[in-house]
Ligand binder design. Structure first.
Ligand SMILES: Nc1ncnc2c1ncn2[C@@H]1O[C@H](COP(=O)(O)OP(=O)(O)OP(=O)(O)O)[C@@H](O)[C@H]1O
Ligand SMILES: [Mg+2]
Length: 401
């Protein structure tokens, strides 16, 4: 059975209890694994990046079918043959209910100019999955398509092709949006409002009211570190204070998922630490966090998974532990008391020496024992030896630029 085909799964005849009643026929037509009709030209499941685990996408498709079909899920020929590898990142297998964002071959082309003659392929076939309870970092250089993808997920702009689901609903569905707190890239807040009014307004739009809303507003403004300026007009706030207020607005209604477009942008080091703590706390409270950022150290510290875009395409997707689990790339050795004789020996061995204050640094690829032996023979002291593995920054520089 091929994608897009359908078969008759059940034909039933119901005969009424009264003699005059005509028998009724019902035919249940079951589609194949097409979750969204627009995926007709989507790549095969096996071609999806690792984070978009095929078994999860397939199960999500089946679930959608079950709601469409009276017959409920039924193993089709393709399902039986499906190669469904177990997650290889050492984490426990996840169920289809845990795939909260499923993105399949999403594309966006902007046409600009007076005659719409200028074409920008901002997003060119992006696919990935975000699971319940994960913190997923969405990375990529400026203009790589992060904000455009996020806007499509939230239904703020329409995709040119491809599709996605959030909480099992098609993108833009009210039922999904109700469960999401969103921090836009450039939050706009009416200048005459105060952070308290703005956050309360967001709460009210989510159906909150009364004492609970007031208490919760106080709580989120405190957590985002802007409570001291809660009653100052937004026009008098700094960029960081505005960012903190907007983050409070995203969190007010205790959504199941936070989608944050550059939450650390414009924040001082204390603010960045507060946001990192908030993200961890929100995850510990059972929420899922999907956020874009350029601050790789924060992403490395926070995320379970990353998706990296380059020119509108996914170039890296997977769990941090897998992606950064490579071998030691080199060892940084710091020596003290390096005399001219030792310097000569090390340079003859092919090492480049860097003098810093009263120590000497060198980078050793492979086994550092010849360096250590020479250092000890010449009476130098080994101050530090640091094995370096690949960092997210190394990965980003290699893949995203
Ligand atoms: N409304 C629009 N009209 C035309 N082109 C657009 C529009 N919005 C975005 N683009 C273009 O789409 C591409 C992707 O932009 P996008 O804002 O998604 O990038 P980004 O990855 O979020 O970048 P940054 O890291 O700078 O926020 C860019 O080339 C941008 O110029
Ligand atoms: Mg952006």
């Amino acid at each position: 059975m091929r994608r897009g085909q359908a078969w008759i799964s059940r034909v039933s005849v119901r005969v009424g209890s009264k003699p005059a009643q005509a028998p009724s026929f019902s035919i249940v037509v079951r589609r194949t694994r097409n979750l969204f009709p627009t995926w007709a030209s989507a790549p095969p499941l096996a071609a999806l990046p690792k984070v978009a685990r095929p078994e999860v996408v397939a199960k999500a498709e089946d679930r959608m079918e079950a709601t469409e079909s009276e017959a409920g899920p039924e193993p089709g020929p393709e399902d039986a043959d499906e190669d469904r590898p177990a997650p290889s990142d050492g984490s426990r297998p996840r169920t289809d209910e845990e795939a909260l964002i499923v993105v399949r071959d999403l594309r966006k082309t902007f046409k600009t100019g007076l005659l719409k003659q200028k074409v920008v392929d901002a997003v060119q076939g992006v696919s990935f999955v975000v699971h319940r309870g994960e913190i997923v970092g969405f990375l990529g250089p400026n203009g790589s398509g992060k904000t455009t993808t996020i806007k499509m997920l939230l239904g703020l702009i329409a995709p040119t092709a491809g599709d996605a689901s959030m909480f099992g609903h098609p993108i833009g569905a009210q039922a999904a949006r109700r469960r999401i707190g969103f921090l836009p890239e450039n939050p706009y807040v009416f200048p005459s409002l105060t952070p308290r009014e703005f956050v309360e307004m967001s709460g009210r739009l989510s159906g909150m009211s009364g004492k609970h809303l007031r208490k919760r507003t106080e709580e989120v403004l405190d957590r985002t570190g802007v409570l001291y300026a809660a009653d100052r007009q937004v026009r008098r706030l700094s960029k960081g204070m505005l960012q903190r207020s907007a983050l409070g607005a995203a969190m007010i209604a205790e959504p199941d998922m936070l989608i944050l477009d550059e939450p650390m942008s414009g924040l001082d080091p204390v603010g960045r630490k507060q946001v990192r703590d908030i993200i961890f706390e929100e995850r510990d409270a059972g929420r899922t966090i999907f956020f874009s950022s350029h601050i790789l150290a924060d992403v490395e510290a926070l995320c379970d998974h990353v998706v990296i875009l380059r020119k509108g395409k996914v170039v890296v997707a997977g769990s941090m532990s897998e992606l950064l689990a490579g071998d030691v790339r080199h060892t940084e050795v710091t020596l003290a008391g390096v005399d001219d004789a030792l310097r000569e020996v090390l340079e003859e061995l092919g090492y480049e020496l860097h003098a810093r204050a009263d120590v000497t640094l060198l980078e050793v690829k492979g086994d550092p024992s010849d360096v250590l032996r020479a250092a000890l023979e010449h009476g130098a002291r080994v101050v530090e030896m640091v094995p370096r593995r690949e960092t997210l920054e190394d990965l980003f520089m290699r893949q995203a630029l």
